[in-house]
Design a protein around this ligand. Sequence first.
Ligand code: SIN
Length: 285
Amino acid sequence: MMRDERFAQFEVRPFTGALGAEIIGVDLRTAAEDTFAEVLRALHDYHVLAVRDQDLVPATLQQVARRFGPFSGNPVHTPMDGFEDIVRFVREPDDTGKVIGEDWHMDLAWLARPPGVTMLYGEEIPPVGGDTCFASLEKAYQSLSPRLVAILEGLTGIHSGRGVFAINAMQKRLGVTADVEAIENAAVEHPVICTHPVTGRRYVFVSSVLTHFKGMTEEESRPLIDFLMARATRPEFHCRLRWAPRTLGMWNNPFVLHTAINDYPGYRRVMYRTTIAGQVPAAAA
Ligand code: SIN
């Protein structure tokens, strides 16, 4: 298995040629500042990390999360008692229907500042299945023709909270906030072609809640949105995170799409999720 030799303080094993890597040999609770800086560098390089063998409970997950930045806020889910920034995602063996996070999406894309990083910690993992797949919005950008990029540079996407409450409320084990109206009425503008604030690399900002482009109707916008979502989720732009108990997964939320895989009926899966504040997406110059 390939190891990325640029990282000397711990092992970094890329998942695919597109994005994602596994990290072995670091304890995020106690890592010295220079080691921690290397983890951040890996996150910006790979966008998705599975940091293995982390011994975390909600209090220490919170401490680790604060090393990455302040809490982003979460206007949708009811947090755990005593931890305003952590949500417990539970799927019981006899649960049916969609799993939380099924279908390609970006977390909270309908906020002016979508979370910069999402973290998910695996407490109980099915013996098989329950992976999370990711798709790179940078690779999607790089695959577009210059002429289409020029058109997209002139467009602003409207990302809406419409339907978000209903999707989450379907999950019987997930508490959802009572402020349905605020979520339903949320609509935010993001440029379609953006630049990553740290790497300066370009990406295409599409999400499952992108309803239309500014100045165009939903009907007019739909074919282009469908094309961009299909392009972004092509298999060559994917990686697949295979969970293990004590894995801390994290991803650069605005630069990827992700989807939870619903293939573990009969098994229990318990995860803790938290989100770190991000920035207002910046239009590419
Ligand atoms: C999510 O979409 O945030 C959850 C992903 C997962 O549970 O795998």
